[in-house]
Design a protein around this ligand. Structure first.
Ligand code: XIL
Length: 370
């Protein structure tokens, strides 16, 4: 009796498991009529160490961005050293399922090694920037489909950030970076990427950059709005306005780094001393063990509202990428305060879909029936 029962039980369990998998649906399939659904891969996904994370990526996402391994300090840490092992593995990972691959990022003031930051001679810096772009983009020519060529070149008021590139090469460094990128791989899509693009003053700065490139005939194909947002900010109107303003420039719009923090940010606490708030861990890390239902529901509603806007504008949106695969690997567990427990994505720490996953899926289905 027992001998028959156990194999039977196992078959039933396998059946139930695959049924549950099917029922939860796939993000990339649900959104296939509208735009690509992307995520950011860390080293443990690329090396396929995080097995369950990799399963999620392959099931739900058709676009990938490397979270860190192609940043200058990692891929080109000293003048003559390039680390291509993990970037190569990233490309292989994407090729297996014909995923859309975005390189991130070529010219950025952060995660930039000291040897570049200390260059003061314009001729030398331009040569270094050019060589970096040619080496990195050139290696993945025809394989990586798009690059964030310049990342975060703006201050909040729309003026140019005083990065080493700006200080040494002048405002024209952006035109130079895009020109070299186009030369390195003429078929690659080239993007400008930044955060807080929903803020009108900053957005005006981005629009100025894009128009200047267009006026000079330098290719720029798209703009990435990093979606590092929270439960109340930005307003849906501001998100919508940003999408339509950028689309009016005739380039594709992308939401490139979507995550919605559910934790307080130090700068939200009006009138408080920021440093003291950093020390108040209970206040700043309110859900160390689990996400209360009430907040989970709020997050699901927020994602639902935001995706309704994305679908409304799907003809100009090429891709929506989350910044991370599941809550456990989100950078928001360590930024802007180290060691917190955040819940900003669609999958929880146990790799299971959250309420927000269900609302996001429902938005796509609702659209289908319209
Ligand atoms: C973050 C990564 O997620 C972290 O692992 C790393 O420590 C810092 O950078 N804007 C960007 C991304 O363009 O590259 C940043 O990624 C998040 C903000």
């Amino acid at each position: 009796m027992k001998k028959i029962f156990f194999p039977f039980l196992i078959l039933v369990l396998i059946g139930l498991h695959s049924c549950a998998q099917k029922q939860s649906g796939s993000l990339k399939q649900a959104y296939a009529p509208y735009f690509k659904i992307g995520t950011a891969l860390n080293a443990s996904h690329i090396e396929e160490g995080d097995y369950d994370g990799v399963l999620l990526v392959r099931k739900h996402f058709n676009a990938i961005t490397p979270e860190n391994v192609m940043k200058w300090e990692l891929i080109h840490p000293s003048p003559t050293q390039y680390n291509f092992a993990l970037p190569d593995a990233f490309v292989k990972f994407g090729q297996r399922d014909s995923m859309f691959m975005v390189g991130h990022t070529l010219v950025w003031h952060s995660q930039l090694p000291q040897w570049v930051q200390s260059i003061t001679d314009p001729v030398q810096l331009e040569q270094v920037m050019k060589e970096h772009i040619f080496q990195v983009m050139g290696r993945y020519k025809g394989k990586i489909h798009a690059w964030d060529v310049v990342n975060e070149a703006l201050n909040e008021d729309g003026s140019m950030r005083e990065s080493v590139f700006y200080k040494v090469l002048g405002p024209n460094y952006i035109a130079k970076a895009f020109t070299y990128a186009h030369q390195a791989d003429p078929n690659c899509k080239l993007y400008y990427n930044d955060y807080n693009m929903v803020v009108p003053a900053k957005r005006q700065g981005a629009i100025r950059i894009i128009k200047e490139l267009q006026a000079q005939g330098i290719p720029i194909h798209g703009v990435g709005m990093q979606g590092h947002w929270n439960l109340n900010w930005p307003s849906l109107q501001d998100i919508e306005q940003a999408i339509t303003d950028f689309a009016a420039l005739g380039i594709t719009v992308m939401v490139t780094e979507l995550d919605i923090t559910v934790l307080p940010n130090p700068w939200d606490l009006v009138g408080a001393d920021v440093n003291q708030q950093f020390q108040n861990s209970e206040k700043m890390n309110p859900y160390p063990n689990f996400l209360p239902d009430s907040v989970d529901i709020q997050l699901a509603k927020r994602y639902e509202d935001i995706f309704k806007i994305f679908i409304k504008h799907h003809t100009v949106i090429d891709r929506v990428s989350f910044w991370g695969v599941h809550d456990g690997v989100s950078w928001l567990n360590d930024w802007p305060i180290h060691g917190r427990t955040n819940y900003p994505l669609l999958f929880n720490r146990n790799y299971k879909p959250k309420r927000a996953f269900k609302t996001v899926m429902a938005v796509a289905k609702l659209q289908e029936t319209k």
